[in-house]
Design a protein around this ligand. Structure first.
Ligand code: NAP
Length: 401
């Protein structure tokens, strides 16, 4: 990563009008593509060497976010604190080594005036969903940002479902990562209205606990799966939010006309789905437009200007509100937190960003085309879209639809 990006200015030139609220948001590269995007010289090095270099690198500040002005007239600025690990390193390294870098990155933000730290990507997935990190930062607020991620993922998924002609009460929904911080709350909220619910993860006991909560809340019996393929095969709507290192949902697994909302980073849906399944709509979950006419992240996430991940948006919202208290921590998030953060988002003028799929925007025409292809496939009895041996044949038949 470029050293000039590591050293950010400590001072700010923001006009002095009202109090400036300050946050730090922790980020990390998702894959080698990201590392090369931040540091082109890494392209000439072998991956094991780059991994070693990341391991040795200390945490740093990569950018100064400026110009956030909310609809309620509140202002905020912040910093991106880089925790230099790849997802697989977060998962495989001893927790202590990872916590140390996370806390160090938050402290760098605090030195610049930040009073809340948002744990982006795997900085909240590692260990216990931010609880230990928060205990090591007693003089700073900490959030994983998961409450607003849940709110925006569900809002986006239901809007997209509506465009595809699907309404929740007639849908079979599958939640992959259903025992996780994000997945469990998505499952409980969807179960209130959905026709049928499937819960997918690896640990059956944790899934059973979520199924039990759903039954207590709605009287419905959720089906449990420990394998992704069978778990999503019959689903009309799939929400996926896992701590896997990606590509666990492949083209042969999905039902004709399915909608998938991929909240995970790195993404769970394999890129092949974009080309092999023209009858399926995959959208990225949890993207938000941040207010402020001159708002600038001063950092390229690969999204259009002003578009942020919902977990970052939650950190900004809590700062704008001056609520310097721990918010979305651990796996047992409360439904009330999701409602509360949605209320703050409305107050400060945060809006759901347009749909994106595989790193690019999705147009209304493209959604209509997916709907049409799925309808034709259903009418033509092309059930084999989702079934292995017939898959190639089905794919070929879509080319002429
Ligand atoms: N888009 C955004 O704004 C945003 C914001 C925050 C987080 N995220 C992303 O959302 C994802 C989930 O975060 P979280 O905090 O909810 O994580 P979490 O609490 O650690 O939960 C992860 C879930 O994934 C399941 N899982 C892991 N590997 C799996 C596999 N191979 N197949 C099926 N299930 C698997 C786990 O099940 P077991 O317990 O059985 O292993 C668990 O249910 C992460 O990728 C994170 O980076 C995105």
């Amino acid at each position: 990563m470029p050293t000039d990006m590591m050293v950010s200015p400590v001072t700010t030139n923001e006009p002095e009008q009202g109090e400036m609220e300050r946050f730090v948001f922790l980020i990390h590269p998702l894959d080698m593509r990201d590392v090369i995007r931040y540091e082109p010289q890494a392209a000439s090095k072998r991956e094991p060497l780059v991994r070693k270099m990341l391991e040795w690198m200390p945490s740093s500040i990569t950018a100064h976010v400026r110009g956030i002005v909310s609809a309620a007239g509140k202002r905020a600025e912040g910093w991106f604190g880089l925790v230099p690990f790849l997802p697989s390193q977060f998962v495989s390294f001893p927790h202590e080594a990872v916590y140390e870098k996370i806390v160090a990155a938050a402290r760098l933000g605090q030195q610049r005036g930040a009073r809340i730290a948002g744990l982006g990507g795997y900085t909240s997935v590692v260990g216990d969903g931010g609880v230990t990190v928060a205990s090591r930062l007693p003089d700073m607020a900490v959030t994983s940002g998961n409450s607003y991620t849940i709110a925006t993922a569900l809002q986006g998924a239901l809007q997209a479902a509506h465009r595809l002609g699907m309404e929740l009460d007639s849908l079979h929904c599958a939640i992959v990562g259903a025992s996780g911080s994000i997945g469990s709350v998505c499952a409980r909220l969807l179960a209130r209205q959905a026709r049928q619910i499937s819960l997918v993860a690896k640990n059956v006991n944790r899934l059973a606990q979520v199924a039990h909560e759903i039954h207590a809340d709605t009287g419905k019996t959720a089906e449990i799966f420990t394998e992704v393929g069978p778990g999503v095969r019959e689903a009309d709507l799939v929400i996926t939010a896992t701590s896997s290192t990606g590509n666990i949902i492949t083209a042969d697994m999905l039902k004709t006309g399915a909608l998938v909302c991929d909240v995970s980073l790195p993404h769970d849906v394999a890129r092949e789905v974009a080309t092999l399944r023209p009858d399926v709509l995959v959208i990225e979950g949890g993207l938000v437009e941040i207010p402020g006419p001159d708002m600038n992240f001063n950092f390229d996430f690969g999204y259009p200007p002003r578009i942020s991940l919902a977990c970052m948006a939650e950190t900004i919202l809590l700062a704008l509100e001056g609520r310097y208290e721990n918010f979305s921590l651990g796996r047992g998030l409360q439904l009330e937190q999701v409602e509360e953060i949605s209320r703050l988002a409305r107050r400060h003028g945060f809006r759901l960003a347009g749909f994106r799929s595989f790193d690019r925007p999705v147009t209304d025409e493209e959604i209509a085309a997916v709907r049409e292809r799925a309808n034709r496939a259903r009418r033509g009895g092309v059930r084999s879209f989702a079934v292995g041996p017939y898959f190639k044949e089905a794919h070929e038949s879509t080319q002429s639809l």
